[in-house]
Design a protein around this ligand. Structure first.
Ligand code: SF4
Ligand code: SF4
Length: 446
């Protein structure tokens, strides 16, 4: 298969340490995937490393950008030499004119000056996991001894700033920070200076039988932890609820649309705007019509359908055993995985007024039933409906402006006009239940 077939964008998330991490965050069900490889040392061997880089670059056309993504587990546990070798392999296998962007998702707690210099010199884009200020971040993000990690993450962020490394925030929305959207967003924007933010809902799906054990967390501190698989119709108490998720997004949107359009990039809002502009595959895969273009690569060369489906049933093949990334991406199993997202939508979603923006959400979380009893409704549906309906008018304003070669930030003037007649004591239009002056109308801590 030629490289031209790969012009439909695709993405590989590689996990050079598999599920191994130096931290033990309670909600991180990926930690339990260690059990998939009982005899492994969890370090990507040199031959798999070489095959991965060679195949990934070969799968992209000349003169295009290739994203080389490292995730985990905690990829910095591989040590700097692994990443130095990555650069050598990229130089060896790059096709003519290819631009390579290296990205790494990290908890930032192992970074030091040597890392900072390296990441800056080679223009890595660094995603840092942080869930808000200390009292919210530390609820679930702890180390192997159960100790809080916020101070160490802040140290890592200071180091990145000192070396001028480009970074973005990956913030999970969970039961602890789920009622504090505005506070979390202002913290990321004002105290960390984040200008690119990903918001990821925590949905830990479990069966009734596994729930009591799962409640103790998925890391090594829970000696009885089960292997996480996408089964069951209950969720742990750490999971965000649909209502919470919708409120969180609305609180953040109301702040962003008033002040930050054009300056701060929030992935969820950019994706939604793409849908209001009529794009079918805009941005985040969870709201795309079909999926299947984001493979996960384990440390031993195993390729899975998606980072969220690292389960034996979704193992497509192994790049160290004769398969290629491109063949696996185009395999019938993976094609079917991708279109099943659209084809399995319940009728309730098919008829939903915001389906063009939602597309039923990620299949992994479709474990509720619709009001008529049809299975396959997304766990966060009420939050999705609340958010997408709430943002309809400002999204239309931004989309209309962009269609007419204007800027999306015209929406700020629309908010200014609406706010000009608001009294300080009236309820905030974000429906938080707070007064305007104590919510979006004030700049203090909500
Ligand atoms: S299964 Fe979910 S997370 Fe994976 S590619 Fe599809 S929508 Fe995205
Ligand atoms: S908002 Fe709910 S009903 Fe509408 S498409 Fe999304 S999941 Fe389906």
């Amino acid at each position: 298969m030629g490289a031209s077939r790969a012009r439909d964008a695709f993405h590989v998330m590689s996990k050079p340490t598999g599920a191994i991490c130096n931290l033990d965050c309670d909600y991180c069900f990926f930690l339990s995937k260690e059990a998939l490889y009982p005899d492994s040392h969890f370090r990507m061997p040199p031959d798999v490393h070489e095959t991965y880089i060679q195949q990934l670059l070969a799968a992209h056309p000349d003169r295009e950008e290739v994203v080389v993504a490292f995730q985990g587990g905690e990829p910095t546990m591989m040590g700097l030499d692994f990443f130095r070798r990555t650069l050598e392999l990229e130089a060896r296998f790059a096709r003519p004119g290819q631009r390579i962007l290296n990205t790494i998702q990290t908890n930032a707690t192992l970074l030091d000056d040597e890392w900072g210099e390296f990441l800056a010199e080679h223009d890595f884009l660094v995603g840092v996991s942080i869930d808000g200020p200390a009292e919210l971040h530390d609820v679930y993000r702890s180390d192997k001894g159960g100790k809080p990690t916020f101070a160490r993450v802040m140290h890592g962020l200071d180091l990145l700033a000192r070396h001028g490394v480009e970074w973005n925030a990956l913030t999970t929305i969970n039961a602890a920070n789920g009622d504090h959207g505005l506070r979390v967003y202002r913290f990321l924007r004002d105290e960390l200076g984040a200008s690119f933010i990903q918001l990821i809902p925590i949905v830990e799906r479990v069966s009734e039988e596994l729930l009591p054990i799962a409640e103790r967390g998925w890391g090594g501190r829970n000696a009885d932890r089960p292997l996480y698989e996408q089964r069951g119709s209950l969720t742990t108490s750490r999971s965000v609820s649909g209502q919470q998720y919708g409120r969180f997004l609305i609180e953040v949107f109301e702040e962003w649309a008033r002040h930050d359009v054009g300056d701060v990039f929030v992935q969820m809002f950019d994706t939604a705007l793409g849908h209001w502009l009529g794009m079918k595959q805009a941005g985040m895969c969870v709201h795309a019509e079909t999926c299947g273009r984001a493979l996960a690569l384990e440390h031993n060369g195993d390729v899975f359908s998606c980072d969220h489906y690292v389960e034996s049933e979704y193992l497509l093949g192994n790049i160290a055993s004769g398969s290629t990334i491109l063949n696996l991406l185009e395999s019938p199993a993976q094609q079917q995985f991708g279109v099943a997202k659209r084809e399995s939508l319940p009728q309730y979603c098919v008829e939903c007024d915001v389906r063009f923006a939602c597309n039923g959400g990620c299949p992994k979380d479709r474990f509720l039933s619709t009001p008529t009893g049809e299975p396959g409704l997304h766990y966060l549906c009420d939050g999705y409906q609340a958010f997408f309906r709430h943002v309809d008018e400002p999204m239309r304003i931004m989309a209309d402006s962009l269609r007419n070669n204007g800027d999306a930030d015209v929406v700020k003037a629309w908010y200014r006009e609406a706010d000009s007649t608001r009294s300080r004591n009236e309820p905030c239009p974000c429906d938080s239940g707070r007064k305007w002056k104590a919510c979006h109308g004030g700049r203090g801590r909500p």
